[in-house]
Design a protein around this ligand. Structure first.
Ligand code: NDP
Length: 286
């Protein structure tokens, strides 16, 4: 079998065109969706992600701003900034770029963002709603994965999904969303014994470990659907996923490339969440 590529860049383009239409409509009703991104410190990767979010917001007609704070910023100062933004009516989405410097407690920061403006979907209130299958802001990468699977008509109900990775931002929530879609979910992590015994059994394999090319063709089932979330930079500068693309694509029925796979979908879902937040405000006439 040779896999069909699930191209996140192309799907994102299509979704972003639809989102631009929604933004236009909101603007006609006097609401311009606005995202504020806070970045603390000067990590180059974080700076590049933040610029990507700003560019994508502009592309769909949303407004955004970046609050860049020095790495010496205290937790109290950061919480003060978030409190101000929580109260600001024209700010619909607040995103604090992670990771934060060691002296700042990430969980305190996540919990300080108003759940109505938590467009990353990391606040415990929103995670709880997701767990119970209620409407909420879904975390962007898992939301992007589910959207992609649906767009490619991948049947999830009754299927065995294996998720390799259990982080709070990718592995755990994507498994939960697939459970909500009536899949049977197995989680694997760094303490899992014989990982490939599980990957070989997956109808849908989600790879979110950050381990370059570790899953090869012999580790996947014939016809499996593979979603490779991993982004790993090799010594020569190229980006690769957790799957060895050539050998796994030869056996899979569908697979996401790296890059141009899950990555663009993550930002697209952030835009979607921010528009949803803006709709919430317009609904109460603010
Ligand atoms: P984390 O480092 O937070 O989590 C990695 C997870 O993988 C952990 O649960 C860890 O287990 C598990 N793991 C690590 N090594 C192994 C192994 N050898 N066997 C089995 N499990 C293993 O990473 P993130 O979840 O934040 O990100 C995962 C990958 O996805 C990264 O490459 C990241 O760059 C990428 N990413 C891509 C995004 C996108 O938009 N495409 C968005 C976010 C992340 P344990 O819990 O036991 O430590």
């Amino acid at each position: 079998m040779s896999a069909t590529e699930m191209n996140g860049k192309e799907l994102s383009k299509k979704i972003r065109t639809e989102l631009a239409g929604e933004v236009l409509q909101l603007k006609q009703n006097g609401v311009t969706p606005h995202l504020t991104v806070i970045i603390v410190g000067d990590d180059p990767a974080s700076q590049s992600y933040v610029r990507g979010k700003e560019k994508a917001s502009a592309e769909v007609g949303m407004s955004s701003d970046i609050i860049a704070l020095p790495s010496s910023t205290s937790e109290q100062d950061l919480l003060g900034q978030i409190d101000r933004l929580n109260k600001h009516d024209s700010v619909h989405g607040i995103l604090v770029q992670l990771p934060l410097p060691d002296h700042i407690n990430e969980q305190h920061v996540i919990e300080s963002i108003s759940p109505e403006k938590d467009v990353d979907g990391f606040h415990p209130v929103n995670i709880g709603k997701m767990m119970t299958g209620n409407s909420t802001f879904l975390p962007c990468t898992p939301y992007g994965i589910i959207t992609m699977l649906k767009a490619h008509d991948v049947r999830m109900e009754g299927k065995h999904v294996v998720v390799a990775g259990r982080s709070n931002i990718v592995g755990k929530p994507v498994g939960q969303l697939l459970l909500n879609e009536n899949a049977t979910v197995t989680y694997c992590h760094s303490k899992t014994e014989n990982l490939t015994d599980y990957t070989k059994e997956a109808d849908i394999l989600i790879l979110a470990m950050g381990r370059a090319n570790v899953i090869r063709g012999e580790h996947v089932k014939n016809g499996a659907v593979i979603v490779d979330v991993g982004i790993n930079r090799l010594e020569d500068g190229t980006l690769t996923g957790d799957a060895d693309f050539a050998s796994t694509a030869a056996k899979a029925s569908k697979i996401t490339p790296v890059p141009r796979g899950v990555g663009p979908m993550t930002i697209t879902m952030l835009l979607k969440n921010t528009i949803k937040a803006a709709r919430g405000l317009s609904a109460v006439g603010k």
